[in-house]
Design a protein around this ligand. Structure first.
Ligand code: SF4
Length: 435
C-alpha cells in the first residue's frame, strides 16, 4: 500500500508555487496525497515568516508533533528565519531550506519510484534548480511560474531577504518552455512570480523583465499573463511598453506604495518618493487607459504621525485605486525596523485602517461604475448554485448569473473565457451577463 503525505502551506503565491514543486518530489518517492493530517506518513509544512499568525501556527504544529504518539515523518521548509530553524528542529524531524528540497529523497533515504527528466536536477546544488522541477499544479486553468527568487532590497519591515537570501533569476528559456507547456495543456491564466520581478535578469542572454514580457507576448494561444511582486524603484518605462502591447499581459498591476509619505518611505528603506510613484501611475494610465491598479500598504509603521498618515490618505484619493491590501504594522524579529519603537497604538492602527478602507471603497466603487455597460473578457473560476464567479482581465471579481444564450453549456464554463456585459457595479466586485 502506498504511503501517504499531507502538505500544509502558509503564505503567499510563491509559497504555494514552491509547495507544488515539493509535491512533485514527494509523489516521485511513491507517496500519495491525503487531505487528512492524521493518516499521513509524511507531513510537509511550507512555512511563511512574514506574518506572526503563520509563525504561531507552525509553533502549534511543532508542539503537536513533539507530543504526538503516532510518528509520521515531519518536514519544515519554505520561508524560515535562521534563528527559528533551531527552535523548530525540536518538533520537526527535518528543517530543510527550500532550495535544498531537491535533496529530500537522499535525506529520507527513499528511492525515486517514478523516473522523470526532472530528477536530473536533484543531485545538483544550485539555488534555482528546485524551480525547474515540474510542479503538481493545484488548478487546471491557472498556474504560477516563478521567474526569480530572493530579494536584495532589505525593506526595513521585511524578513524575505533573510529567509530567501539574495535575488537569483531563472533562465529565460526555461521560463518560456514552462509557459508554452502550460498553454499547450489549456492553462488560461499564468502568474509570473518573484519577490521583485522588475529586477529580473537572465544575465547570460542579457534579458530583462520587459524583454521577457515581450517574448511571452509572442507565444501563440489564448491566455492571460499577470505578474507580482513589483517594486516602484525598479519599475521602468520599458515594462509599461511591454504591457501596452497587450497580447497576453493583462491591464492590471499591483504596485506596492506602502506609505504616501516620503519620510516614512525613507524610514521603511523603500527608496522612491510619492511623486515618483505617482509619475509611474500617470505613465501607465497614459499608455494603458483601462488599467486597474492595486497596492499594498503598511499603516502605523514606527513613528508614523497623523499628518504622515494623512499623506497616505491623500495619495489614495489621487491615485484612485481599484484595490489595496492594507496591513497594520507589527514588528518582525530580525528586521531593521524591529529596533524602532512600535509607537502607534493598535486602536490607532485600526482607526487608520478604517479611514483608508473608506477612501478605497469610494474610489473602487467609482472605478467600477465606469464599467457598467462595457463588455469585458472574464475567466470563470468557480460556481455555486448556478451562479458563476470569475475575474476580469483587470483582475476584478465578477458574478455572472444571467446567460444570454440558452445554448451555453454552463457545466463547462469553469476555466474558460467568456465575454460579459457589466450590468451592476458594487464596491468590491462587478455583476454581469454573458453575451
Ligand atoms: S522588496 Fe522589500 S518587501 Fe518586497 S520582498 Fe524585498 S525586502 Fe521584502
Amino acid at each position: 500500500m502506498n504511503k501517504k503525505y499531507h502538505l500544509i502551506v502558509f503564505g503567499c503565491q510563491m509559497n504555494i508555487s514552491d509547495a507544488e514543486r515539493v509535491a512533485t518530489i514527494i509523489e516521485e518517492m511513491g507517496y500519495k496525497k491525503t487531505s487528512k493530517l492524521e493518516e499521513a506518513d509524511l507531513i510537509v509544512v511550507t512555512m511563511c515568516s512574514i506574518r506572526q499568525s503563520a509563525v504561531d501556527r507552525v509553533h502549534w504544529l511543532d508542539d503537536k508533533f513533539k507530543k504526538s504518539e503516532r510518528k509520521p515523518i515531519t518536514i519544515l521548509t519554505g520561508c524560515i528565519l535562521e534563528k527559528d530553524k533551531k527552535v523548530f528542529a525540536e518538533g520537526f524531524d527535518y528543517v530543510i531550506d527550500i532550495k535544498n528540497i531537491t535533496h529530500l529523497p537522499k535525506i529520507l533515504k527513499t528511492k525515486i519510484t517514478h523516473k522523470t527528466s526532472d530528477r536530473l536536477f536533484w543531485e545538483q546544488d544550485n539555488i534555482t534548480n528546485y524551480l525547474d522541477i515540474k510542479p503538481k499544479h493545484s488548478s487546471k486553468f491557472s498556474a504560477s511560474v516563478p521567474i526569480m527568487t530572493g530579494c536584495n532590497n532589505f525593506c526595513a519591515y521585511c524578513v524575505v531577504p533573510y529567509t530567501r537570501e539574495r535575488e537569483v533569476s531563472r533562465r529565460a528559456n526555461k521560463i518560456i518552455k514552462e509557459i508554452k507547456g502550460l498553454v499547450k495543456n489549456g492553462y488560461k491564466e499564468i502568474w509570473l512570480l518573484g519577490q521583485n520581478v522588475n529586477s529580473y535578469k537572465d544575465k547570460e542572454k542579457n534579458i530583462n523583465f520587459a524583454e521577457l514580457l515581450k517574448i511571452i507576448n509572442k507565444i501563440p494561444g489564448d491566455f492571460w499573463v499577470r505578474y507580482t511582486s513589483s517594486h516602484p524603484k525598479d519599475f521602468k518605462q520599458d515594462v509599461i511598453e511591454a504591457m501596452a502591447e497587450g497580447n497576453h499581459i493583462t491591464p492590471y498591476l499591483n504596485l506596492p506604495i506602502q506609505s504616501g509619505d516620503d519620510k516614512v518611505l525613507r524610514s521603511m528603506k523603500r527608496w522612491y518618493t510619492a511623486k515618483q510613484y505617482k509619475k509611474i501611475i500617470a505613465d501607465l494610465r497614459k499608455k494603458i487607459p483601462n488599467i486597474a491598479i492595486s497596492t499594498d500598504i503598511i499603516i502605523g509603521f514606527p513613528g508614523e504621525s497623523k499628518k504622515q498618515f494623512n499623506n497616505t490618505v491623500k495619495l489614495f484619493k489621487e491615485v484612485k485605486y481599484d484595490m489595496a491590501y492594507i496591513n497594520k504594522y507589527s514588528p518582525r524579529v530580525g528586521t531593521s525596523a524591529f529596533k524602532l519603537k512600535d509607537n502607534v497604538t493598535w486602536p490607532e492602527k485600526k482607526q487608520r485602517e478604517k479611514i483608508l478602507t473608506d477612501a478605497l471603497r469610494e474610489t473602487a466603487f467609482e472605478n467600477n461604475k465606469k464599467l457598467i455597460g462595457k463588455i469585458v473578457k472574464v475567466l470563470i473560476d468557480s460556481q455555486k448554485d448556478g451562479i458563476y464567479f470569475g475575474k476580469t482581465d483587470t483582475y476584478k471579481s465578477i458574478k455572472i448569473s444571467t446567460f444570454a444564450k440558452a445554448s451555453v453549456d454552463k457545466q463547462n464554463l469553469i476555466g474558460k473565457f467568456v465575454n460579459a456585459k457589466i450590468t451592476k457595479a458594487n464596491n468590491w466586485n462587478l455583476e454581469g451577463k454573458t453575451i
